[in-house]
Each structure stands twice: as C-alpha cells, then as structure tokens.
Write a protein that binds this ligand. Sequence first.
Ligand code: CP3
Length: 343
Amino acid sequence: MTNDEPVFLAACRGKPVSHMPVWVMRQAGRYLPEYRAVRAKVGFTELTRSPELACEVTLQPIRRFALDASIIFSDIMVPIEGMGVALEYAPGPVIAEPVRTLKQVEALRPIVPERDVPFVMEAIKLTRAGLPKHVPLIGFAGSPFTLFSYLVAGKPSKEFSVPRAFAQAEPEISARLMEKLADAMIVYLKAQANAGAQALMLFESWGGLLGPNDYARIALPPVKRIIDGLKDVGVPLIYFANQCGGNLASIATLNADVIGLDWRTSLGAARKVLGPGKAVQGNLDPAHLFSSPENLKKRVDEVLADAGPGPGHIFNLGHGIWPETDPDSVARLVDYVHERTRA
Ligand code: CP3
C-alpha cells in the first residue's frame, strides 16, 4: 500500500498509522451554526434531496476541524422513502401508516437507487470532488432491525416495545420484512460505493434493545446477509453496534472490518471477544464534550488506555453528537486525539 493511503482507511484495515483517525457521528448537524443557517432556509427532507445542499453540509465540519473522515449527509430513512413509504421528520422519522401486515411488506418496492434516490449518489459525487484526498467519504444505511423498528413503531421511541412485541407475535412477517430491507440495503450501499463512497457503515441503533438470543435470532441474520452481499465491493465495512456489548460473540462472526461501539462497552474487552481481525471505532460518551478542556483530555486518555495500543482503532464518539455541544470542544477533541497518538 502506498504511503498516501488515508489514515482512516488504513485503520479500518488494521494497519499502522501516523496518527489515529478521528471523526464524529452526526458531525454535520445542529451543533454547528452554519448547519442551523442552512436549516433555517430549508426543511430536513429538502436538504436530503438536494445534492448541492447535502454536499455543503457534509463539508461544513471538514472545513472547521481536522477530521479524518466524512460521512455523506442523509438519513437512514431516505431509502425507505425511496421504497414508497411516506414519512416526515419531527425531528425523528414519523410514519403515518406503520408497516404491520404482510400485505404492506409485500407492497414495499425493491429499491432502484438511480430511480428512487438519485440525489444521494449525486451528493456523493459532488462531495468527493470537494473533499481533500486524505479525507475519505463514508456512505451508510440503517440495519434491517433498526429500520424495522421505525417502520413498525411509526415513530421514534425509547424502548420500541411495539416492534419488539411484533417481532414475537409475527416472526414470519418480521423476518420477511427484514430480509426485504436487507436486500434493498445491499443494492443501496453498492450504489453509494459505485458513486464514490470509500467505506460503508451500517447503523444498528436499536438491536441492542434485544437480549442476546433474540439479537442472534432476529437482528443478526439480516446484517450478515448485507455484509456477505457486499463482500465483492472492496471498501471497508463498518457495523455500528449501539448498546450491543452483550452481543459481541455473535458480532465477532460477521465479516465486517470495523465494529463501532458505544461508551457502555469497554473497547479493550470488546477487542478480546472480536479478535485481532476487526478494528474498533468509538467510544467517547458525547456528554464528555461538555467537560472542561482539561477533563476532556483525561476522558480521551481513558478511551485510548481502554482500547490499548496497536492499530485498528478509529476514534469517535459512542453515539451522535448532541445539538447543544460547543463546536470548540469538538476542535479540542480532534486536535488532542492527533497530538496524543502521533507516532
Ligand atoms: O453527520 C452525519 O452523521 C450524517 C448524517 C446522518 C443523519 N442521520 C442526519 C440527521 C446520519 C448518519 C443519520 C443516521 C440516523 N438517522 C440514525 C443512525 C444513527 C443513530 O443516531 O443511531 C438514526 C437512528 C436516524 C433516524 C433519525 N433521523 C433520528 C432519530 C432523527 C432525529 C435526530 C435528532 O437528533 O433529533 C433524524 C433526523 C436527523 N437526521 C437529523 C440529522 C442531522 C436532525 C434533523 C434536523 O436538522 O432537524
């Protein structure tokens, strides 16, 4: 590999790097005044459908901070709209007619990205053209269980009791829905890679609500289907496994390159279960961006000490940055991770 391979991509492959890469989940978002200025003029849906504006907000955090990766501005529900489901953001996704029958599942249209969500691929092309070479662009999708949770619940929820009960009451309809979502996400993620996404990330935001047996039985198989379906794409695959510390043994069986973890899971302990072939990403508590500059450094040191030495760690938060965060705190985080890990 050449020396100019971006550190983010090298770290995804577990290779040694000149400094630890760092990026922030939801780095394009409401904590940035320049993002709020765009949102004052256009709604969220319009923003996701405009390649120029999506490109602009994707680049905003890259201009401000020395980030090592960029993630295309969109939402996990964008391809769901492309499959024919009407929804609104308030600010989380709200679906007027939740999907709860086999008929509704069968009526979901298999996605044709170029027809149903062409603006995503256009945004990726524009953004790639605007990014410096050392900052790769990540494409993404929601995991089938996470998408299933929103589709069945019809709105955001803390416990997602409706979809969890539905998965028990209607296991066959649920499995069919998640299989259909998996197949759609394979096609959608491939289209993003073809358009220029240099890594692909799957967000398992809600699979951690399941116990380990249900996780292995319900959430994991469609994720495996996606990851296996993408094996010829050739870009690193990242699986963000929110609150899945109890599911690491199953997650270790996936062919993902990187496992993203939240702050409730020890990176060091996770690495032992995941084995040497998988890189980890995470896992600073977003709350720590509210600590003093001095304490923030200590919290970063704790994450680094927990993860242990050796390559294959991408620094990130353990979940999305909060809208109330001071952007200066993000600048301090990024600069300190670099300073502390420079070889
Ligand atoms: O910078 C980035 O990370 C890229 C953009 C991005 C958004 N959503 C923009 C967004 C990404 C990667 C997502 C993923 C996403 N969307 C997930 C997985 C990650 C996670 O948080 O667990 C989920 C579960 C969703 C569904 C969703 N969309 C929710 C729950 C919300 C409300 C979020 C909130 O913070 O209130 C949205 C809307 C949304 N998606 C916003 C943003 C910036 C807020 C929208 C606004 O500007 O009003």
